[in-house]
Design a protein around this ligand. Structure first.
Ligand code: EPZ
Length: 421
């Protein structure tokens, strides 16, 4: 694993172009498995999770090609329905392949994804819905899971919670199911809409993404040559905007969807940042670095404040004037990174799913450890603000969701470098 060394205290300013969304490209790559042809995806982010997904597709028999942000996947000749355990373990979200492989091959063998730093992350909703569609789920020994179905049946599914992954898995499984599948209480994230658009480009009939009720009309086969452009990454955009809000300075982000980051911008405005939205996907932020505390932020499913921005906003609030309260309603254990923020001098107390952040005058550089993707991003923001040098280990977690983070931040004035340990 490499480390990031940050000399904090600089104001940042400049332009950042937002890459394609990790949480959009992963389900779309899973969906390429449905296509008995070649899919071309543009604006794909260069991330470790994308490389892992391409390794999984190749292990299933796909021919994949990656050239910069363009990816080609030829899934016309699948040779396996077993997702290699070593790859599935490397990326928890490999479970979103389940529905696509089951629909295309009639069975799938995958290792049960373990929990991670932010929670248990069970897949009961995924499996219950697939069983409702006629699949047989066999929890084999040694943590392997076998799901099989000669022909899935379209049906009405009601999710207990608008799970992003469960919604995506059911959408994929429903593409070749008999008749119509209706998902009630579906996730409304923009990444769901991007998946719907890609499936419709392949000739499947999917409607309702973003409304909470999604309908998928099953078809017999997909033989298409779609060219699909991945939507911008709203969490990467929010992360860099939060970083400049915290350090003070001015940032122009380009290639962003304003509506996708509306709740993030709302919170940053409440801290006192000046934010403007221009046509053509340009948003600007000005900050003097002296931020207001926020009496209450609660994370919730889209279009609420995203859980994937919770660590970054907590980090930003560690130096705000006053006491802030952040409630994490989506994952049961997503405050572990605050132990690392406390090493930098942050004053945070955790009570269950609530974090109470008392603003301090300054943070002081220290050695800290990233243990998950967004917690790692929070440590970068704190390091950029702290006086002195901060050494962040576990940068592999951060590379899963942020393209060349030290290059992007150096270009806007941050004193940050990567060292291999
Ligand atoms: C997706 O994870 C994202 N990952 C996560 O982003 C994001 O935090 C999450 O959605 C919520 O927005 C990808 O898209 C690859 P969920 P997912 O199913 O699908 C519980 C990041 O940092 N649940 O919406 O796994 C679950 O435990 C990552 O980019 C069940 O109980 O999230 C959680 O508490 C982190 N049973 C809640 O629902 C189930 O069967 C929301 O999970 C499924 C989920």
């Amino acid at each position: 694993m490499s480390n990031l060394i940050i000399a904090g205290g600089s104001r940042l300013s400049g332009i950042i172009e937002v890459p394609g969304a990790k949480n959009a490209v992963l389900p779309v790559l899973a969906a390429t498995l449905l296509n008995n042809g070649t899919s071309i995806l543009e604006n794909c982010p260069e991330l470790d999770d994308v490389l892992t997904m391409l390794e999984i597709l190749s292990a299933l028999g796909c021919k994949t090609k990656k050239k910069g942000s363009r990816i080609e996947v030829d899934a016309s000749n699948l040779t396996s329905s077993c997702i290699p355990e070593v790859l599935a373990k490397r990326m928890r979200s490999s479970i979103i392949i389940l529905g696509a492989v089951l629909a295309r091959c009639g069975e799938v063998l995958v290792s049960y994804p373990g929990g991670c730093e932010i929670g248990m992350r069970p897949i009961d909703m995924h499996l219950r819905a697939l069983e409702q569609m006629g699949a047989e789920v066999d929890g084999l020994k040694h943590g392997m899971l076998k799901v099989s179905a000669a022909k899935l049946q379209g049906c009405e599914v009601l999710l207990d919670y608008p799970s992003v992954g469960a919604t995506e898995n059911i959408m994929l499984a429903a593409c070749f199911a008999e008749g119509e599948t209706l998902i009630r209480n579906a996730a409304k994230e923009p990444e769901i809409e991007d998946l719907q658009n890609y499936l419709n480009q392949m000739g499947v009939k999917v409607t309702g993404a973003g409304t909470g009720v999604i309908r998928i009309q099953g078809i017999r086969e997909i033989k298409a040559e779609p060219i699909h452009t991945i939507i911008p990454d709203r969490i990467v955009a929010g992360t860099y905007l939060a970083a400049v809000a915290a350090t003070g300075g001015s940032l122009v982000v380009t290639g962003v969807e304003y509506d996708h980051i509306g709740s993030i911008l709302y919170c940053l405005r409440r801290t006192g940042c000046k934010i403007k939205n221009y046509s053509g996907g340009v948003v600007t932020l000005e900050s003097d670095g002296r931020l207001n505390a926020l009496d209450l932020i609660r994370t919730s499913p889209y279009p609420g404040f995203p859980t994937d921005m919770q660590p970054q906003i907590v980090s930003l609030l560690t130096k705000s004037a006053g006491t802030s309260v952040v409630v994490e309603t989506v994952f049961e254990n997503r405050f572990r990174y605050t132990e690392q923020l406390q090493k930098l001098g942050a004053d945070i107390s955790i009570q269950g799913r609530t974090a109470i952040i008392r603003g301090v005058d300054k943070l002081k550089g220290a050695s800290v450890e990233a243990r998950d993707l967004r917690g790692g991003a929070a440590l970068i923001i704190a390091g950029l603000v702290a006086e002195g040098e901060t050494n962040i280990s576990g940068v592999g977690y951060i590379d899963r969701g942020y393209e060349k983070v030290e290059n992007v931040l150096s270009k806007v004035g941050a004193k940050i470098r990567r060292v291999e340990d």
